[in-house]
Structure formats: structure tokens, C-alpha cells
Ligand binder design. Structure first.
Ligand code: THU
Length: 142
């Protein structure tokens, strides 16, 4: 399903992502990431990266947000805002990793919006189709 996102929703989403940086658990990389996911019904779920001493058990912020939302029964998503940086300073854009893009692909259509935000107010906006072209998804399994 395609969604129209208002300016107000976009601003609230970015603010929620920036505010969530303080909840990042990143004692190994010291790279803090936060995400805020806007559901089709207007609700917002946040997530932050959660690292682990066994490094591969680490979960990214974006997947944390998706799993919180999907675990609460949400299946329809409009947009996600992502920010991050060393020691929680969102001075550069922090694009989602490939695994997180694939998790988005599981639940979202090609027009799903991905907003990258910096703490100085700069933003970039992409669709999922732009960040994950020629993708493999549930429809490929028939
Ligand atoms: N990280 C995320 O949370 N999201 C991404 O899309 C990229 C990377 C986290 C994982 C790890 O805790 C830290 O950033 C450094 O890779």
C-alpha cells in the first residue's frame, strides 16, 4: 500500500529517531544508530542498535524498530527515519545496511520512504525501490 506522509509526520518521525539515539547499546563499536518507523495507522515504533559481546548477535536499529512493530501486530508501514554516528553524534547520514533493507522489503512496497537525518536538520529521502532495486521478496516465492 502506498502512503502520503505529511510534513508534520515527517518531522515527528525524524525527532523520534534523533531522540532514540540515547537508547543505543553500542559498547563495542561506539556507533549509535536509531530508527523511528511510521505505521500506516499513524503510530510510531522506535528501535536502536543493540550490540552483543558475540558480535554477530548484534541487531541494527532499523530491524529493532520493525520487530517491535511487527511483534505488536503491525503489518502496514509508511516510512522510517534513520540517524546515527560515532558516540551518538548524527553528523553524517547513516544509510540502512543491506540486511535491514531486505527486512523492509519483507513488509513494505517499493514506495516505502526512507528518511536519513542529521542532527543539524539536513535530510535525504529515498524510496525502498531506490535503495534495493531488483530485489527478492515474498512474491518471488509464489
Ligand atoms: N548499524 C545499525 O544499527 N543499522 C545499520 O543499518 C548499520 C549498522 C549498527 C550495527 C552496529 O551496532 C553498529 O551500527 C556498527 O556497525
Amino acid at each position: 500500500m502506498s502512503h502520503q506522509i505529511t510534513q508534520d509526520q515527517e518531522e515527528r518521525l525524524v525527532q523520534a529517531a534523533l531522540a532514540g539515539l540515547s537508547r543505543s547499546y553500542a559498547p563495542y563499536s561506539h556507533f549509535h544508530v536509531s530508527a523511528a518507523l511510521l505505521c500506516g495507522d499513524g503510530t510510531i515504533y522506535t528501535g536502536n542498535n543493540i550490540e552483543n559481546a558475540a558480535y554477530s548477535a548484534t541487531v541494527c536499529a532499523e530491524r529493532c524498530a520493525f520487530f517491535q512493530a511487527v511483534g505488536a501486530g503491525k503489518r502496514d508501514f509508511a516510512a522510517i527515519a534513520v540517524c546515527g554516528g560515532r558516540d551518538g553524534a548524527a553528523e553524517d547520514f547513516c544509510p540502512p545496511c543491506g540486511v535491514c533493507r531486505q527486512v523492509m522489503r519483507e513488509f513494505c512496497g517499493p514506495d516505502f520512504r526512507i528518511l536519513l537525518a542529521k542532527e543539524n536538520g539536513e535530510q535525504r529521502s529515498y524510496t525502498l525501490a531506490e535503495l534495493l532495486p531488483e530485489s527478492f521478496g515474498p512474491d518471488n516465492l509464489g
